[in-house]
Ligand binder design. Structure first.
Ligand SMILES: NC(=O)c1ccc[n+]([C@@H]2O[C@H](COP(=O)([O-])OP(=O)(O)OC[C@H]3O[C@@H](n4cnc5c(N)ncnc54)[C@H](OP(=O)(O)O)[C@@H]3O)[C@@H](O)[C@H]2O)c1
Length: 266
């Protein structure tokens, strides 16, 4: 499968190049960075530490879309929305790992998915998607007398909060309780907040160091507490998931799919 990497010199971009090179039937045939990047013209393989690939990093994605079959994209919301429009025109696979989309961005991605085959997930790892399925079940079994808090920690360079993964887990809990996350989520607490509302789904974000991603979901009941934790030890788990998603989506019709569709976890 001929794949292009958006944000090829980024933390995830480099991990994606390594993952594609390790996978049979896949090759990196394009690499894109933003205009003005100091990586333009450099070889994508050398930047990712896998040796020379003969693929120079370019700032213009447009020419690539005539010959690629898919694009792996862990960049910024604006870049992913613009790339989705190109993927729709070319009717190809678009794997989106970017987080921090606004409701307006989400609507644009849904529109692009009428023609592109989009797999989008705030977390591409097997472990987190299994955790989401377990949480949905737990939330259904433990009613609103159990207070749910989602705690996440990430490296100091992360720009959005709560993490896309924390929101994905929150959505799974809300689905288990048949409520809308937007009506229940409490994202910040400061000062005299009053008592915790019953049924709230609380979020707390920690930032520091080089943490690839840790999430703990706490169900705090009267006299007992259940905690489920996922720890990402490196970024390769997300990159391998993205490549799996691209291969799964190849040959499928247009639509907006999640990693739980790819992994068959419902
Ligand atoms: N879904 C998952 O499993 C998962 C896992 C990890 C991370 N993420 C998400 O993936 C995203 C990227 O994370 P990261 O840690 O890799 O960030 P990062 O290191 O900042 O990488 C993003 C890359 O995209 C580049 N970029 C920005 N605008 C661009 C454009 N218009 N065209 C092409 N490239 C562009 C950036 O270039 P500059 O640095 O020059 O701006 C940078 O190299 C974040 O939203 C993060 O939350 C998702």
């Amino acid at each position: 499968m001929r794949l292009a990497i958006m944000g090829a010199a980024g933390r995830m971009g480099r991990a994606l190049i390594r993952a594609v090179q390790e996978t049979d039937d896949c090759e990196v045939t394009g690499a894109v960075e933003r205009t003005g990047s100091s990586f333009l013209g450099k070889d994508a393989g050398e930047v990712a530490g896998v040796g020379h690939l003969g693929v120079a990093i370019d700032s213009d994605p447009l020419p690539l879309f005539t010959h690629i079959e898919g694009v792996l994209d862990f960049t910024t919301p604006a870049t992913s929305v613009a790339t989705a429009a190109l993927s729709a025109q070319a009717r190809i696979v678009h794997v989106i790992g970017t987080t921090g989309f606004s409701p307006d961005d989400e609507r644009k991605l849904e529109a692009a998915a009428r023609h592109a085959t989009i797999v989008k997930s705030g977390n591409m790892s097997l472990g987190v998607n299994l955790l989401a399925a377990l949480l949905e079940q737990a939330a259904r079994a433990l009613d609103e007398r159990f207070d749910v808090e989602i705690l996440e920690m990430h490296h100091k360079h992360k720009v959005d909060a709560p993490s896309g993964t924390a929101l994905l887990l929150g959505e799974a809990i809300a689905a288990g309780r048949s409520v809308a996350l937007k009506d229940r989520s409490v994202r910040t607490r400061d000062g005299h907040t009053g008592e915790r509302p019953q049924g709230a789904i609380g979020f707390a974000s920690l930032r520091g160091g080089s943490v690839a991603g840790e999430h703990t979901v706490i169900f705090a009941g009267n006299g007992e507490r259940l905690e489920l934790t996922h720890r990402a030890e490196n970024r390769d788990i997300f990159a391998r998931g993205a490549v799996t998603a691209a291969l799964w989506a190849r040959g499928r019709g247009p639509g907006l799919f999640s990693m739980r569709d790819v992994l068959g976890i419902r």
